[in-house]
Design a protein around this ligand. Structure first.
Ligand SMILES: Cc1cc2nc3c(=O)[nH]c(=O)nc-3n(C[C@H](O)[C@H](O)[C@H](O)COP(=O)(O)OP(=O)(O)OC[C@H]3O[C@@H](n4cnc5c(N)ncnc54)[C@H](O)[C@@H]3O)c2cc1C
Length: 384
């Protein structure tokens, strides 16, 4: 089928195709995993999606995407989660790709976007630093222009899956003499060079998922600057907007909800009217995310920009997910605190790791407290 035709299908037709795609093309061994798999494990699924043209559902068709409209994209997400398909290396797909499409040069798009599809380039996000998280603009990793190259020195932290990435997009300080937001640039770097060292550290689930990334005279061509010199803050904000919309996707809540529903069926919890009442409440909360998300994706697809709404969506989606996770732990009763796979009926569920993992979702992409500050100032006109 011609990729441009997806939006011409009825929702029911597209849903049937998506269901079949995720059922048959995602390897069974990768479905319903409790945690993000390593690249070597998930590569087959990434390649299957890419070869079928299903890797980048929201990118425009001209850049190899499916160009899905909002309602089709929601169906894509729902079907993917129903099948329990795993998270792939997605910084290129969800964040860098859309930023290059919006803010990059045509040369950068032509060079980098196909390499995301082919998995030749696997990206990680180098924003946060030891003293620059919520106050990101205080970042100190610096880049100086030497001839036609930038030379980068400093440290990033919390860089997710940097051990599996071979490229990093980073915010760097290129002017120390101006207001802090005004002296930042957005650079693309190849990580296969002696000047970049990655050191993973454990999260509270005991898994190495985040890393420190050290830059010691790392080099990148000046053509790898995205946007103008010292205008990286605007590029960074655009990317954070995409990231918040991604964090606000119903993807994770749906995954949690499907797991809860299956477990409740197996444990007989559905005979308990109080539990059913609470399950219904969180189900409606997830449906609310679907509705808001669909609306915002629709605005983006028609060329509109999303401002403060992305903060609201991020808060609602990540906190709903945590509520579903908490109800799952309660429903599991005495098994809820056990690490690893726990048998329920003829199925097994790993409950504790996703519950712990969900603690992080209200932190990254800009913590929920900071999102509330943004809404307080921007919507309620409260003072800073
Ligand atoms: C699992 C995980 C994955 C991550 N992945 C990446 C990644 O791939 N790349 C990357 O660059 N970064 C990543 N991050 C970093 C993330 O973006 C930061 O952790 C986040 O921005 C918060 O910064 P911080 O950790 O320095 O906390 P701090 O900024 O020190 O905040 C500490 C606490 O104070 C609160 N706080 C801070 N300022 C205010 C304020 N003004 N008003 C009210 N409350 C405030 C915060 O909400 C938080 O609760 C990741 C983080 C986690 C946990």
């Amino acid at each position: 089928m011609n990729k441009t035709d997806w939006n011409a299908l009825s929702d029911a037709e597209f849903q049937a195709i998506a269901r079949e795609f995720f059922e048959t093309r995602c390897p069974a061994r990768l479905k319903h995993l409790p945690r993000r798999p390593r690249w070597t494990d998930v590569k087959e699924w990434y390649t299957n999606m890419s070869e079928a043209g299903w890797l980048t559902p929201t990118w425009p068709v001209v850049y190899g995407g499916m160009g899905l409209d909002a309602s089709k994209y929601i169906i894509y997400v729902e079907e993917m989660e129903r099948e329990g398909c795993p998270r792939v290396m997605d910084q290129g797909i969800m964040n860098l790709g859309p930023v290059l499409i919006a803010k990059g040069t045509e040369e950068q798009r032509q060079h980098y976007l196909p390499k995301i599809h082919s998995a030749e380039h696997l990206w990680c996000q180098g924003y946060s630093e030891p003293n620059a998280g919520s106050d990101l603009a205080s970042l100190r990793t610096e880049a100086r222009l030497e001839g036609d190259e930038f030379v980068v020195n400093g440290q990033k932290i919390w860089t997710s899956a940097a051990y599996d990435a071979n490229h990093i997009f980073a915010l760097v300080r290129t002017d120390k003499t101006v207001k802090k937001q005004a002296g930042i640039s957005f650079l693309l770097l190849d990580m296969n060079q002696p000047g970049i060292v990655v050191k993973p550290f454990k999260n509270m689930g005991g898994v190495d998922e985040q890393c420190s990334v050290f830059f010691d005279n790392a080099r990148t061509p000046a053509t790898n600057l995205v946007g103008k010199l010292n205008d990286g803050w605007n590029v960074a904000k655009a990317l954070l907007g995409f990231e918040r919309v991604w964090s606000g996707s119903p993807r994770q809540s749906l995954m949690f909800l499907y797991r809860l529903q299956q477990m409740a069926k197996l444990t007989g919890k559905l005979d308990d009217p109080v539990f059913v009442d609470r399950l219904t409440q969180v189900t409606f909360d997830v449906l609310d995310i679907n509705a808001v998300y669909q609306r915002l994706v629709g605005v983006m697809k028609t060329g509109g920009t999303i401002g403060l709404e992305s903060s609201m969506l991020k808060i609602w989606a990540t906190e709903t997910c945590q509520r579903v996770g908490e109800l799952t732990m309660e429903a599991a009763e005495e098994c809820g605190g056990l690490m690893g796979s726990i048998p329920f009926g003829d199925k097994e569920f790993d409950l504790l790791y996703p519950f712990l993992d969900a603690r992080a979702w209200t932190i990254y992409g800009g913590s929920n407290q900071v999102q509330r500050n943004i809404l307080a100032k921007g919507v309620l006109n409260l003072p800073s």
